[in-house]
Design a protein around this ligand. Structure first.
Ligand SMILES: C[S@@+](CC[C@H](N)C(=O)[O-])C[C@H]1O[C@@H](n2cnc3c(N)ncnc32)[C@H](O)[C@@H]1O
Length: 213
């Protein structure tokens, strides 16, 4: 997808005409129909990186607060909510159409533990319902690499700061979109980062909270 064209999927309010459709996500433990639309990321099929993350990343903690950063129409959030029904899954995106779809997809599956909210950083998400005292046991994300490095770094640092002391983040990033330089940058910024998986042009990066001195 070309991140420089008008009508980008990460606009707050996509003006591109709605074209809703249903796509299918099949995982070893669950399969589901998900409604998507134009103006949201990968609306025609589940993104290959997202699927790899859902196949390869460790299962989410059973309880506590989980974050899907950049939730889109919700494939990660809805899967996390299925896998950890006792946890609260916060699904955050800047794209209002995507957040509405994520909430709808959770609702359709009868999930009451997904909180889908709009916000391009934690401060912006708080008036929309993010509790200010939330600390995340785990963050899962197919992050918006195409917003550019400065914005991406700011976004990640803002949300990683809300990891619980033993919290962990799992990011899937395409190698050709800079997964290795992102890992180096995170390490230099003080966030211990390791490569969990490397497959089919994607890396899954696992980030721990720095140990307090
Ligand atoms: C690569 S897509 C992943 C979408 C979805 N998680 C999936 O797997 O299909 C990244 C998402 O990040 C969102 N995004 C872009 N900038 C953001 C920001 N500042 N805060 C939160 N989400 C943002 C985009 O709107 C997009 O939905």
């Amino acid at each position: 997808m070309d991140g420089t064209t008008p009508g980008q999927y990460f606009e707050a309010d996509p003006t591109v005409e709605s074209r809703r459709r249903v796509i299918h996500l099949t995982l070893p433990d669950v399969s589901m129909d998900l409604t998507t639309d134009s103006g949201v990321f990968s609306g025609d099929r589940v993104d290959a990186g997202t699927k790899l993350l859902l196949l390869e990343a460790p299962l989410p903690p059973a309880t506590g607060h989980l974050l899907d950063l950049g939730c889109g129409y919700g494939p990660i959030a809805v899967t996390l909510a299925h896998r950890s029904p006792e946890a609260t899954v916060w699904a955050v995106d800047v794209n209002e159409r995507a957040v509405a779809l994520c909430a709808e997809n959770a609702r359709t599956r009868g999930q009451t533990n997904v909180r889908a909210i709009v916000g391009d950083n934690p401060e912006a998400a708080t008036p929309n319902g993010l509790s200010p005292d939330v600390r995340f046991a785990a963050i899962y994300s197919n992050p918006p690499i195409r917003i550019g490095k400065p914005a991406l770094h700011q976004l990640l640092i803002g949300w990683l700061a809300l990891l619980a002391p033993d919290g962990v983040a799992h990011l899937v990033v395409q190698k050709h979109l800079g997964s290795d330089s992102l890992a180096r940058w995170l390490i230099e910024a003080g966030w211990p980062t390791t490569r969990l998986t490397s497959r089919a042009g994607y890396r899954i990066l696992t980030i721990d909270r720095p140990v307090e001195p």
